[in-house]
Design a binder for this molecule. Structure first.
Ligand SMILES: [Zn+2]
Length: 147
């Protein structure tokens, strides 16, 4: 659908935009020129799945429609995936995901970060990151660091 009223979209307009256009039993993806989420300009947003029909909506800024990242990212949320960097900036370090995947070295990948141990700990968003004392063993996912 083309709609100039929502060309520059603000998430407070979601009901107005979607109530007339959502399709049931489908993923409703809306591409707009810009997206304002609260006071924040974002490239897209989505909901975690639930029984609410609103969770069948994904919003992507049209500039990023084919960048192979943004829609994929939002689809990840649609399928209940957290950010790989979830809680990476938490002031309480015990809430961050540790690099180690070794339970004997305190691995917490099943309960922190994105709750998945097959994705590496992601420090995205941290402004002071150092990997002092770490060594790689074969692949990125077995980066070993002192704890
Ligand atoms: Zn996200």
């Amino acid at each position: 659908m083309n709609n100039t009223a929502f060309y520059d979209y603000d998430n407070t307009e979601e009901t107005a935009l979607c109530s007339a256009n959502d399709v049931t039993n489908a993923i409703n993806i809306y591409f707009t020129n810009s997206i304002l989420f609260g006071s924040l300009a974002v490239s897209g947003y989505a909901y975690f799945p639930s029984t609410l029909s609103v969770t069948n909506r994904i919003f992507v800024q049209s500039l990023y429609a084919t960048d192979t990242r943004t829609l994929t990212h939002e689809l990840g949320h649609y399928f209940n995936l957290l950010h790989t960097f979830q809680s990476s900036t938490d002031a309480n370090q015990t809430n961050r995901e540790y690099v180690t995947r070794d339970v004997f070295q305190g691995a917490n990948c099943a309960t922190k970060g994105d709750l998945l141990c097959d994705t590496p700990a992601d420090p995205y968003g941290r402004d002071s990151l150092s990997l002092v004392g770490c060594s790689r063993k074969g692949s990125y996912t077995v980066l070993r660091c002192p704890i």
